[in-house]
Design a protein around this ligand. Sequence first.
Ligand SMILES: *Cc1c(COP(=O)(O)O)cnc(C)c1O
Length: 228
Amino acid sequence: MQIVRQQIAHAAKMAGRPLDKIQLLAVSKTVDAKTVLEAVEAGQYAFGENYLQEALDKMAKVRQFSPELKLEWHFIGPIQRNKTRLIAENFSWVHSVDKLMIAERLSNQRPDNLPSLNICLQINISKEQTKSGVPLHEAAELAQQIAILPKLRLRGLMTIPAAGEELEQQRIPYHQINELQVQLNQQGFALDTLSMGMSADLDAAILEGSTLIRVGTAIFGKRARAHV
Ligand SMILES: *Cc1c(COP(=O)(O)O)cnc(C)c1O
């Protein structure tokens, strides 16, 4: 955890950006509740999860161990239509919204007593058929439709580019997402979040303006289970 924080601080310095504009999301998929609590001990409070049932079980265990603890949970995985209610009820952020139908369900199902659900649009930047995300040229229209939903707060853009080996290559897709955000804000949106960068490419993402990096492996080690 400290090593990742140092790497973030170094990258921020190289980018000439203030460190307090870069949030670290600890991606805790496949990691158990005890390990999450160790990360909390090390000062981490925001966690990202991909699989709903695993996340709900973990939240319950964390609550059992530490009932007073207030953590911020982010859903970052693919969203099935029949999972939206539990996501709307249990998370503060959803990074992987790429369809209006899913956004409408999240808004309708967000409990009245909770603040609006923070949303990032997932953009498919590498145009891979298998990856989720809205294509770049459809993002503005979807953003417009989502921005008016009452219980959602559209915060920004998220992307998972195809893996690039070298820094300069890694920067290209993140640069495009940054430009899209600038364009959308010129059109009147007030987006303040760029959810970009993972263990292998966080330097590139920070150089391109990322405000929220999603790091699993570099904090918790290699995931044992094969999924994602
Ligand atoms: C797993 C995952 C991450 C973290 O990836 P690492 O390479 O382990 O840092 C980030 N974002 C998403 C959407 C993920 O599914």
